[in-house]
Write a new protein. Sequence first.
Length: 91
Amino acid sequence: MELKLTEKEKVIYEEAKHALKAGIGAVKFSNLFFSPQGRLRALWKTQAEKEQVVSSDLYRWLQKQLATLRTKEAKLFEQEIQVASLSKSPL
């Protein structure tokens, strides 16, 4: 699926791809793009513009990437818990 992006959105998209490639975690990714000071916030000044951003291809793509990061981190955490519980099991 090809994303339909404005020039400003393309800059944010490329930044997100770079962050993902560099191994950013879910919390930092969320803060970087979705926090009140995040990159997406620069895309709107009015409520109508905000609604456009939230329904944009970029927003949906970023949400999907965030969900993927969270799932990956949750699986890694679960694996760590299993390893830790095995190492504490009495023989």
